[in-house]
Write a protein that binds this ligand. Structure first.
Ligand SMILES: NC(=O)c1ccc[n+]([C@@H]2O[C@H](COP(=O)([O-])OP(=O)(O)OC[C@H]3O[C@@H](n4cnc5c(N)ncnc54)[C@H](OP(=O)(O)O)[C@@H]3O)[C@@H](O)[C@H]2O)c1
Length: 313
């Protein structure tokens, strides 16, 4: 659906990584004027920005100066730093743009961002996106909350599926934490058991039986596993936010913590770099588990006695 507003607002995307470039492209397709900057960004973001055909200005400050709405889409552990960067530029402006934090962060991180925006006089919208960037248009949902959430939801409703969750900052982040905990936790559990099955020489049987007994779960695993190797560090950061959210509600976050630990370990062992030379788009679940297993490189010689008891020949 095309945007019918004759004067659509200028939207700044900070930064055009995977999600930022995808959302930016969708906004352009719907008639919005989108600006961004590549200041300080890596060749990967430069490539994604060029592929999405976004208009890149020279500096972050220029984007904040020209945009009416600035959408932050960075790794969760860079959300505060990005809001601070905005905070340092915005007070020089008569009317600071609306700041939309669309990162997968906890309500606590959002509360810190809320303070910064209050101090610099910029309206804030709490946003979160559920669904993979690659399927944003078809299956993604943009959750929104905060005083301006309904207006922003009306503006975005033709672009992606939107759901406004009221006027409280923190509600959209909270909702995302709950959904992320499920999605990333389920994949974490699959990877952990799958690695054990691989070590025991039962990987194919394990995958086959998971498909038979848990088809819904496997549908999610098959959707999310191909993007895990490249995004494992970001998912570790996101699970840390989930963990903090659960803990703050007085619930032991042990399962979230376990997934966070596994993702962190895979990141430390260089899974993203390991995956760079592979085309993961068409990889099977079994090939992906082999890749993850080789990155984690379980020291086979370290556990021979236990392993030999269980390995099927
Ligand atoms: N991708 C998805 O499918 C998806 C789905 C739902 C929600 N999200 C959320 O969307 C947000 C962005 O995710 P993404 O997948 O687009 O990540 P991404 O592809 O890694 O892109 C992140 C962007 O932020 C930049 N960046 C990295 N470190 C930064 C820092 N310290 N300060 C400022 N900018 C920094 C990156 O630039 P460089 O190239 O220089 O590193 C890149 O342009 C996250 O909060 C994520 O949870 C993503």
């Amino acid at each position: 659906m095309q945007n019918h507003n004759p004067n659509p607002p200028i939207i700044g995307i900070i930064y055009p990584g995977e999600m930022g470039s995808t959302l930016g492209r969708l906004l352009v397709e719907h008639g919005f004027h989108v600006i961004t900057t590549l200041e300080g960004r890596s060749p990967r973001t430069r490539r994604l920005c060029a592929e999405a055909g976004l208009n890149a200005l020279s500096t972050f400050a220029q984007v904040v100066n020209e945009a009416e709405i600035v959408i932050s889409l960075v790794p969760p552990d860079a959300a505060i730093e990005t809001a601070e960067h905005f905070y340092n530029v915005a007070p020089t402006l008569e009317t600071p743009p609306i700041f939309v934090d669309a990162n997968s962060v906890s309500p606590f991180t959002m509360a810190r961002i809320e303070k910064l925006m209050e101090q610099c006089g910029a309206p804030l919208i709490d946003a979160s996106i559920h669904g993979l960037a690659g399927r944003l248009a078809e299956q993604g949902t943009l959750f929104l909350s905060g005083p301006g959430a309904n207006d922003f939801a009306a503006m975005m409703s033709g672009v992606v599926r939107v759901e406004a969750l009221g006027c409280r900052i923190g509600a959209a982040s909270m909702f995302k934490m709950m959904l992320s905990g499920i999605a990333k936790g389920l994949v974490g559990l699959f990877v952990e058991s799958g690695l054990a099955a691989r070590e025991a020489g039962m990987l194919e049987q394990f995958i086959g039986h998971c498909r038979y007994y848990y088809p819904g779960w496997m549908e999610a695993v098959e959707r999310m596993l191909p993007t895990l190797p490249r995004h494992v560090r970001r998912r570790a950061a996101e699970m840390e936010e989930v963990e903090r959210t659960i803990q703050s509600l007085g619930i032991p976050p042990d399962i979230a913590a376990g997934s966070r630990h596994l993702y962190h370990l895979l990141g430390e062992r260089g899974l993203p770099e390991h995956a760079e030379t592979h085309d993961l788009g068409s990889a099977t679940v079994s090939e992906l588990m082999e890749l993850i297993g080789s990155a984690i490189s379980v020291r086979r010689s370290a556990v021979p006695a236990v392993k030999e008891c269980f390995v099927l020949s």
